[in-house]
Design a protein around this ligand. Sequence first.
Ligand SMILES: Cc1cc2nc3c(=O)[nH]c(=O)nc-3n(C[C@H](O)[C@H](O)[C@H](O)COP(=O)(O)O)c2cc1C
Length: 198
Amino acid sequence: MIKFKNQNKTIPYLLLKEKYDEALEAGQKNIEAISISSYDKNKNEVNSRFVNLKFIDSKNFIFFSNYNAPKSREFSTHDQISALFFWSSTYVQIRMKARIQKTPIEFNNEYFKNRSPDKNALAISSNQSEKISSYDEVLDQYNETKDNKDLYSCPDYWGGYAFVPYYFEFWEGHSSRLNKREVYELQNNDWNHYILQP
Ligand SMILES: Cc1cc2nc3c(=O)[nH]c(=O)nc-3n(C[C@H](O)[C@H](O)[C@H](O)COP(=O)(O)O)c2cc1C
């Protein structure tokens, strides 16, 4: 589930909330899963992965991750990303282009101390996306952290990312294949609205 706070009253944010509510009502599983694509400047390569979106506030879309992982290196050299929801229960795709940055440390600390200690042990113990010799070693690192570390202090290598979309495309599949595509694109602080051919 995604927590909505201080709802933004502009049309694309309202439409996103409406589509979210419809998918939730239709029993959508993993509704908070969102694909994030980033650009690796050094490798000249695009990279995608799912994360769980936790919050949408008046403008930011927020998820949490390790700050030393590949995605973080990519965001730091190229702060433009694309993000993607697909909700199969209502056959809706939402594409976004956005700018991304880290959330403030105070926000991370507050969030971390209210999470379950098991989740926090993983966040603390894992050098996310680094090679390791075996899965057993992953378990050892995790158990060692669980037994010996303060599980409520957020490490400096873990925290949130907030992205702010400047482009939304709402795609609604229809059985006729006459799929509906509506774009809202930010131009001079206003959402420019247009329709795309399917
Ligand atoms: C449904 C789903 C949700 C996920 N949620 C997160 C998340 O919230 N944060 C995170 O760091 N990784 C999450 N992951 C793991 C990422 O997809 C990815 O493996 C990890 O973040 C490393 O990515 P990177 O090497 O590109 O930095 C999730 C994976 C799936 C399939």
